[in-house]
Design a protein around this ligand. Structure first.
Ligand SMILES: Cc1cc2nc3c(=O)[nH]c(=O)nc-3n(C[C@H](O)[C@H](O)[C@H](O)COP(=O)(O)OP(=O)(O)OC[C@H]3O[C@@H](n4cnc5c(N)ncnc54)[C@H](O)[C@@H]3O)c2cc1C
Length: 273
């Protein structure tokens, strides 16, 4: 019998693990995760809905109905996160949350998360998987993209070659990554400069030697950085749309609600052509 995939999963925290100074892994479980998804892309992501436990709401949430009776501050909040790994047998998935301070919903929630806490996650989306056809791979991103970059590196064949540039604050944010010997991992440090305002990633990628052959690119992270690298890759390196996976994951000074809303305005758009 084929079971259909649920639209959402009412998940519970199994345990949390502080991976590095600014990253916490939260492992989640639900019986319905047995049918979470086959053949996930390496950048698979979910929309997480956060609700205040004291409101006693049960999913699925009827947002229109809730808007009628809840104060704006009590409304469910949605945030987007990468699926770092999924274990169908155990019906578990892991999400690595950047710890970015007291602001926001998801980051502070992860810091305080305890076994038994509940969340609702959507079915997975995603679009990028490293191609075995590429001559080389170029990956670049900040901490928010580190889970997706780590998953991509793990999925590459042993003979893959390329460069992965990862922007973090300091050596305290380095992770042990599994990657082919031919894919060099370059850790870049902001050294105390606020995330989203450093130029270290753009400066390093644009000055790095360019390899021979057809490249497949993955550039995800803070929107301004992604836009600059997209312009370099299109205008200087002449890459075509089908070689590029470029996506803003967050924007400096914006909540995700505002960041998502701005995708309908020029400031929020990252054209591929
Ligand atoms: C497809 C996709 C996959 C993603 N995967 C991951 C992931 O695996 N792990 C992860 O941590 N994030 C990931 N993100 C980014 C994450 O959705 C945003 O960082 C989100 O804004 C965090 O929500 P929040 O409630 O913590 O903060 P918000 O309420 O959205 O924002 C509050 C403040 O914090 C700032 N802020 C938000 N994110 C960061 C950050 N990373 N560093 C510094 N300041 C920040 C905002 O600019 C704002 O000023 C992903 C985004 C997308 C679109």
């Amino acid at each position: 019998m084929t079971r259909s995939r649920a639209d959402y999963h009412d998940v519970e925290v199994v345990h949390t693990q502080r991976l590095t100074r600014h990253m916490i892994r939260v492992v989640l479980t639900a019986d319905s995760l047995a049918t979470f998804g086959d053949d996930l892309h390496t950048d698979a992501y979910v929309k997480i809905t956060f609700v205040k436990p004291e409101l006693g709401l049960t999913p699925p949430y009827d947002l229109a109905e809730l808007r009628q009776r809840l104060a704006p501050d009590d409304m469910p909040v949605r945030r987007t996160y990468t699926v770092r790994w999924y274990d169908q047998q155990k019906r578990q998935l892991a999400i690595d949350f950047v710890v970015h301070g007291d602001e926001g919903v998801a980051g502070p929630w992860a810091v305080a998360a305890r076994p038994g806490d509940r969340l609702v996650v959507s079915r997975p989306g995603g679009a990028y998987t490293p191609s075995a056809e590429a001559d080389w791979h170029l990956l670049a991103g900040d901490e928010a993209a580190l889970p997706a970059i780590a998953a991509a590196l793990e999925a590459m064949p042993d003979n893959a070659v390329g460069d992965a540039f990862i922007e973090v604050d300091s050596t305290e944010d380095h992770q042990e990554l599994t990657h082919p010997d031919g894919v060099l991992v370059h850790w870049l440090h902001r050294d105390g400069v606020h995330a989203g305002t450093s130029t270290v990633l753009v400066d390093t990628v644009t000055k790095s030697p360019w390899r021979e052959g057809r490249v497949q690119v993955f550039v995800h992270g803070e929107r301004g950085m992604v836009k600059e690298l997209r312009n370099y890759l299109k205008n200087v390196r002449g890459l075509s749309r089908d070689q590029l996976s470029v996506s803003g994951y967050w924007a400096y000074g914006r909540t995700e609600d505002r960041f998502q809303a701005e995708k309908r305005e020029p400031i929020g758009q990252i054209p591929l052509d």
